[in-house]
Design a protein around this ligand. Structure first.
Ligand code: TXA
Ligand code: MG
Length: 330
C-alpha cells in the first residue's frame, strides 16, 4: 500500500520528486484524469507502471513535462502546426505525438519512432514536475492511473481504489481534488502533413483547425471500426476500454433497478437510480467517470446513459462511451 498525500506543500512535492528519481511511482492529479507517474528515463520504474496497470508492454506512454523548454530533449522534429498547437493549448488537455529523440526509448514509445508529450494544466502536476526537473529529471511517463481497460480515475480516492493493492509502501498518491476536465487528453498525431486526432478530448477538432488553419483528419466524425488508425497503437482505441463492471447501455429506455446518467433536463425514469445530473456537456465530462464508479459501488448490474448530442466535447464523451458500452459497435 502506498502513502496518500493531501494538502501537498512544496516540500511534499520535492519529496515526491525525489521518490520518482529513486524509481518509485507517484500518482498525481492532472486536469484530465489522474496519472500514474514514473521517471521516463528509468526502464525499471517504467516497467512497474505496466505491472501495476496490468497493461500490455507494447502500448506507448505519454511523457509529461512542465515547460515547452523541455520539449527538445524528447523529440527530433516538430512541424510548424504542432508549434502553433503547443503555444496555444499547453499547459492543457492535449498530447502531441512527434518524432522521438534518442532519449525516448522503446520502453516509453512501445518501439515506435514517435513519442507522445503533454504539459498538463494542474498546479500540483506542474509543481511536481518543476521539482523533478530541478533534480535533473527530464520527464514523467504517466498513463491514466487505472487498471488496463478500466475507468480512468478523476479523484485520488479512485486511484487508491484501482491501484492501492498493487503499489509499494514507497510509492505515493498525491491528492489534488477532482480533475476539472474529467476525460483524457486529445491526442494529435503531428508526424504527417496534417494534424490527425487519434483520441478526441477537450481540445476539439474545431479548435485545432482554427489554430492551425489546416483541415484536420475527420477520423472522428466517421467513428467506425475501419476508420481507426492501424499503424499507430493507441490503447484507448481498443474496444471495451473505459469500462465499469456494470453493463453500459446507450440511448435506450432504462429498465427498473438500473443506474441512469443524463443531462439535467432529462427526467429520471421510474425505478432507476440517478447517478449524475450534469447541467452542461462540460459537467457531463467532469462527472462521468465518478458516476460510473458510483454505479459499481452500488453494485448496479446495468447503467443506462443518455448521451449528449452535438460536436465539441460531446464527441469525446460519445467516443469513450461507445467503448465502455455493451450495446453498440461490438
Ligand atoms: O489525459 C491524459 O492523456 C492522461 C493524463 C494522465 O495525462 N494520460 C493518459 O495516458 O490517458 P494513457 O496511457 O492512459 O493513454 C495514452 C494513450 C494510449 O492509448 C497510448 O497508446 C497513446 O496515448 N500514445 C502514447 N504515446 C503514443 C504514440 N507515440 N503514438 C500513438 N499513441 C500514443
Ligand atoms: Mg488510459
Amino acid at each position: 500500500m502506498s502513502q496518500f498525500l493531501s494538502n501537498c506543500s512544496v516540500d511534499a512535492l520535492a519529496t515526491a520528486a525525489q521518490s520518482l528519481r529513486e524509481g518509485s511511482l507517484v500518482a498525481f492529479p492532472t486536469e484530465t484524469v489522474y496519472g500514474l507517474g514514473a521517471d521516463a528515463t528509468n526502464a525499471k520504474a517504467v516497467a512497474r507502471i505496466y505491472e501495476v496497470k496490468g497493461r500490455p508492454a507494447d502500448h506507448p506512454l505519454i511523457v509529461h513535462i512542465s515547460d515547452i523548454k523541455y520539449l527538445d530533449q524528447w523529440i527530433s522534429d516538430i512541424p510548424q502546426f504542432a508549434i502553433a498547437l503547443a503555444r496555444e493549448f499547453w499547459p492543457g488537455p492535449m498530447t502531441l505525438v512527434l518524432r522521438r529523440s534518442d532519449l525516448a526509448k522503446d520502453f516509453i514509445t512501445g518501439g515506435q519512432n514517435t513519442v507522445g508529450i503533454r504539459i498538463p494544466d494542474n498546479s500540483l502536476a506542474l509543481g511536481l514536475m518543476e521539482e523533478f526537473h530541478k533534480l535533473g529529471g527530464s520527464g514523467i511517463a504517466a498513463p491514466s492511473a487505472n487498471r488496463f481497460g478500466q475507468v480512468s480515475p478523476t479523484t485520488a480516492a479512485a486511484v487508491t481504489e484501482e491501484l492501492g493493492e498493487y503499489l509499494f509502501d514507497s510509492d505515493l498518491v498525491l491528492d489534488g481534488g477532482r480533475s476539472e476536465v474529467g476525460l483524457e487528453s486529445t491526442i494529435i498525431d503531428c508526424t504527417g502533413e496534417l494534424p490527425r486526432v487519434l483520441r478526441p478530448g477537450a481540445i476539439t477538432l474545431e479548435m485545432i483547425e482554427e489554430v492551425t488553419s489546416l483541415k484536420v483528419s475527420d477520423l472522428l466524425k466517421n467513428n467506425s471500426a475501419d476508420s481507426k488508425p492501424e499503424e499507430i497503437r493507441v490503447s484507448g482505441s481498443l474496444e471495451n476500454h473505459y469500462a465499469p463492471k456494470a453493463k453500459v447501455f446507450l440511448d435506450q429506455q432504462p429498465v427498473p433497478g438500473s443506474g441512469f446518467i443524463a443531462l439535467k433536463d432529462i427526467e429520471t425514469p421510474d425505478g432507476v437510480t440517478r447517478l449524475a445530473t450534469p447541467e452542461s456537456v462540460e459537467e457531463f465530462a467532469r462527472v462521468l467517470y465518478s458516476a460510473l464508479r458510483e454505479g459499481d459501488h452500488q453494485n448496479l448490474e446495468t447503467i443506462y446513459i443518455a448521451q449528449p448530442t452535438g460536436e465539441g466535447l460531446a464527441i469525446a464523451i460519445r467516443d469513450r462511451l461507445s467503448r465502455a458500452s455493451d450495446s453498440v459497435n461490438d
